[in-house]
Ligand binder design. Structure first.
Ligand code: FAD
Length: 499
């Protein structure tokens, strides 16, 4: 059956990202797109840190970066600082961008390790532009230099997610998407195919559609409640299942740092996401080891300023839907699964889900092969991200609480065990099938949390012999570049000040 009407249920970040991107394929076609959302139900209201592909998503929509950042109180993000993860008192940055530069199949950190063995004392961080800029609170975009001989700056944003959804709503409505306010009370399936046929709203309106995008958050109104798709529970690997969120002002006048901070506590961790005018904060914890009151106390004690809202307590189950595309429904955002916010991957998965959907959609109807391929690719994507997240918990050396004892000793997927063993042997990181996290990402977390390279790579020895001069030049150009940069706060003030 031809697809003439796409109905997106839910108007959070997922719903409006889908609507904005889909609105671009409407041009000149007989295609209607409707977003149904309920202000009474509202959105989850958290989710403020992003990763670099998000910059590309906005570019593809031809969104003006300056205007957008000032509308969403946005700041730049160069990576995540992890505090107290390996041992209490330690910290490291997982940067965007690479350590060093491409040395042809070998990680720069392996060459650095070789140089270390020979007595070179320079820390690895000196060879990463984003880490150095983050360390000094500086920021600049590569375009500002107009030179392609300098290392590129890889960045993402911190955003007010509610303002972002609002921004995309304006964008999508201008491009012909229709918004319908209302609560969906009933979902009718076609008796023969089992496809979703229509929605009934509380006010009596009936909305028929040919294809549906479920963006209803944890409820999974279509994918789960109507189609009973099922859920793969990963709590044994990613045990945190609660969060309390509490934004605060920065009344000490401190500038927004260009990075997210993730500070481990005794049964979870706290995020700090700096926007231009406030910090987003939250404490993600495991209810098996901590009560909600204690989690809130810890958060309140560790805020950088005064709270600007009431604490928002949330529950979740880490995992994914058994199918992301089932019949004529694709689930995006929290309706498709959730792996906790440690590496800011949730909005990213909306982005890649929308991209895959648009690439596969054909308006002549739904084909089983589309759903199969979409599900296979997305499952792989989830599993690779899952392994990277588990690494942060598994690679702790902390033994100061029952929670960390559980994480340190838990069994993990074989795919992750192998990755850790290969890294220990000589620092090699094998990335599989377009996986999101780079060699630098894996190396940063492993080394940052005390997984040491026990041997050296024979390839690294040769490269270290040949490239000593180039490596010195690289460290110098990074240092020079960071010295030229304005502070992150000054850059925001000049480039995209929020009202
Ligand atoms: P929601 O925001 O919950 O939106 C659901 C929509 O469905 C709403 O519009 C609601 O009104 C509508 N709806 C539901 N039921 C009905 C109904 N019956 N009728 C009509 N409408 C209905 N992601 C990141 O990338 N970075 C982060 O830093 C990050 N931090 C997070 C921290 C926490 C603690 C949590 C839980 C999540 C975090 N996320 C983060 C994930 C991020 O919040 C979500 O991926 C993102 O906000 C998308 O949410 P959503 O649109 O899927 O759901």
């Amino acid at each position: 059956m031809a697809i003439e009407h796409i109905v997106i249920v839910g108007g959070g970040t997922a719903g409006w990202m889908a609507a904005a991107a889909l609105s671009r394929i409407r041009d000149g076609r007989n295609l209607k797109i409707t977003v149904v959302e309920s202000e009474m139900i509202g959105t989850i209201g958290v989710g403020e840190a992003t990763i670099p592909p998000f910059v590309e998503f906005n570019r593809a929509l031809e969104i003006d970066e300056r205007e957008f950042l000032s509308r969403v109180d946005g700041t730049f993000k160069l990576g995540i600082q992890f505090v107290n993860w390996g041992q209490v008192g330690e910290s490291y940055i997982h940067p965007f961008g690479n350590y060093g530069y491409d040395l042809g199949g070998i990680g720069f950190h392996q060459v650095w390790h070789q140089l270390r063995q020979r007595g070179d004392k320079r820390p690895l961080q000196l060879f990463n532009l984003e880490t150095m800029a983050a360390h000094f609170g500086k920021f600049s975009r590569s375009q500002d230099y107009g030179r392609d001989d300098l290392p590129p700056m890889n960045y993402a944003y911190h955003i007010n997610a509610t303002a972002y959804a609002r921004y995309l709503r304006d964008y999508a409505e201008k491009r012909g998407v229709t918004r319908k306010e209302g609560i969906v009370e009933d979902v009718r399936l076609d008796g023969e195919s089992g496809y979703v046929a229509s929605l009934s709203l509380k006010d009596g309106t009936q909305i028929d559609g040919d294809f549906f995008v479920d963006c209803t958050g944890f409820r999974g109104l279509l994918i789960e409640q109507a189609l009973g798709t099922g859920y793969v529970d990963w709590t044994n690997y990613l045990p945190c299942d609660r969060a309390v969120a509490l934004p605060c002002n920065r009344d000490d006048g401190s500038p927004p740092p260009p990075f997210t901070r993730a500070t481990a506590h005794k049964a979870g961790w706290q995020w700090q996401v700096p926007l231009q005018h406030r910090n987003g904060n939250g404490h993600v914890y495991c209810s098996q080891f901590m009560e909600a009151d204690e989690a809130q106390d810890i958060l309140e004690t560790n805020l950088a300023g005064k709270p600007t809202a009431e604490p928002n307590h949330l529950r979740f189950v880490t995992g994914r839907r058994k199918k992301f595309w089932n019949k004529n429904v694709v689930a995006l955002g929290l309706a498709s699964g959730f792996m906790e916010p440690l590496e800011s991957t949730s909005i990213h998965l909306i982005n890649t889900g929308v991209n895959k959907l648009i690439a596969m959609l054909s308006l002549d109807g739904v084909h089983a092969s589309q759903a199969n391929t979409y599900n296979r690719l997305t499952t792989k994507e989830y599993e690779r991200i899952r392994d990277f997240l588990i690494l942060h918990y598994k690679a702790t050396q902390r033994d100061d609480s029952e929670f960390w004892n559980y994480c340190r000793t838990m069994s993990v997927p074989d795919t992750l065990t192998e990755k850790i063993e290969i890294f220990r042997a000589n620092g090699q990181v094998f990335r599989e099938e377009d996986e999101l996290f780079t060699t630098t990402s894996w190396a940063a977390v492993m080394m940052g949390q005390g997984i040491a390279m026990e041997g050296t790579s024979p390839m690294a020895e040769g490269v270290a012999n040949r490239s000593a001069g180039e490596i010195d030049e690289m460290a110098k150009s990074i240092q020079w570049l960071v010295q030229q940069m304005p502070s992150h706060a000054a850059y925001l003030e000049r480039y995209c000040p929020a009202p």
